[in-house]
Write a protein that binds this ligand. Structure first.
Ligand code: HEC
Ligand code: CU
Length: 350
């Protein structure tokens, strides 16, 4: 074998190995990563019945990819290092040599892919609906770049709206209706279920169920514009009693607390923020931004970008465009006095 042929084959082998390493090592290592550091990596673990079948499918695919990687690498190694005195180029296809390999390989791949297609269809069917009736129905609407969450109730006075943080009772199926207000988004809480598109003008459905109490991170997985990466959400699974308590608190309108600062802050909010934001119990009824009635109850703000501390709130209000460039909220120009009053008012939104 002459040097250039050898280098060419080695190049092919190295490129091949590189891409397949990326393809196989990434999901496998991701599956073992720490939950805290990389919560979305848990797509190869399941925390509820809606994600169990897809998780099994995921592992089968990973195992298959690893097997294909190993087999092809072995064959490739043999092709590179095997000496064939009668055929220096060794090209498959020359004088029909090696065509057998192509027929067999294609045949095996076709069978495996066909089996996988059937397995995928079975999985999709299994997760299509829950075996029990949903304990709760909510509508999640994707906006550039945050989530509106509506809790439905047969009695309309008991339904309420929130944003970016979904609470569910543990161990019970929850039906999630998915809509979009602008472009195509996709709802994905990998530990609880697969992804479902949110398409303008259409209502898609998915169900989620958490086996254990805890916080499950979600993310928009359909590229929807500049801040797509910062369109996160959290699903908080609570015991039935905790969930009921949370729900009752969310149903209440904001509590009217009065002091000079708070009144000034509220007036400022009505003047400057109410065109977009709503706070139930006030004249602020804006519908194109997160409902802030119970802002303080949320762990994160700006769709998972920042923790909800008073400092981050001030930072967000004055520098939204630096923190999340392109977000549909302007950086608000406010004096220190105005900010003080506004913060005092926002801190009452328990
Ligand atoms: C032009 C519309 C608009 C105005 C005016 C506006 N906001 Fe916003 N605000 C938004 C949008 C849209 C978001 C969601 C941004 C995102 O996460 O991408 C948001 C997010 C927020 C959040 C985070 C909420 C959460 O749960 O994530 C807070 C807090 C907030 N705004 C406060 C204010 C305050 C206070 C004012 C007035 C000083 C104000 N906003 C003015 C549109 C607006
Ligand atoms: Cu999105």
């Amino acid at each position: 074998m002459n040097g250039s042929v050898f280098r060419f084959r080695l190049g092919v082998a190295v490129t091949y190995a590189f891409f397949l390493c990326v393809l196989t090592v990434a999901p496998v290592s991701a599956a073992w990563a720490e939950n805290e550091a990389a919560p979305l990596n848990y797509f190869l673990h399941s925390y509820g019945p809606a994600s169990m079948p897809t998780m099994h499918l995921g592992w089968v695919m990973v195992a298959l990819v690893v097997a294909v990687f190993v087999i092809v690498a072995l064959l490739l190694g043999r092709a590179i290092f095997h000496k064939r005195p009668d055929d220096d180029t060794g090209l498959i296809g020359s004088e029909d040599k090696g065509m057998r390999w192509i027929y067999i390989g294609t045949g095996i791949s076709a069978c495996i892919l066909f089996a996988l297609a059937i397995y995928t269809l079975i999985t999709l069917n299994m997760i299509a609906r829950s075996t029990q009736a949903p304990a709760l129905t909510l509508t999640v609407t994707g906006y550039d770049w945050w989530w509106k969450v509506e809790y439905e109730d047969d009695d309309p006075t008991r339904s309420f709206v929130s944003a970016n943080e979904i609470h569910i009772p543990v161990g019970q199926p929850v039906l999630v209706k998915l809509k979009s207000a602008d472009v195509i988004h996709a709802f994905w809480v990998p530990m609880l279920a697969g992804k479902t598109q949110m398409i303008p003008g259409q209502t898609n459905r998915q169900w989620i169920q958490a086996d254990a109490e805890g916080v499950y991170r979600g993310q928009c997985t359909q590229y929807c514009g500049i801040q797509h990466a910062h369109m996160g959400l959290e699903v908080v699974a609570q015991s039935a009693a905790e969930f009921r308590k949370w729900q009752d608190a969310q149903r209440r309108a904001s509590v009217a607390v009065s002091s000079i600062d708070i009144n000034a802050g509220k007036q400022l909010f009505l003047d400057r923020c109410a065109g977009c934001h709503a706070i139930r119990g006030t004249e602020a009824v804006g519908a194109h931004a997160p409902d802030l009635t119970h802002l303080k109850s949320r762990r994160l703000i700006a769709a998972g970008l920042l923790t909800n501390t008073p400092e981050h709130l001030v930072d967000w209000i004055t520098h939204a465009q630096d923190l999340k460039p392109g977000a549909r909220m302007p950086s608000m120009m406010l004096t220190a006095t105005e900010l003080g009053a506004l913060s005092a008012y926002l801190s009452t939104l328990e």
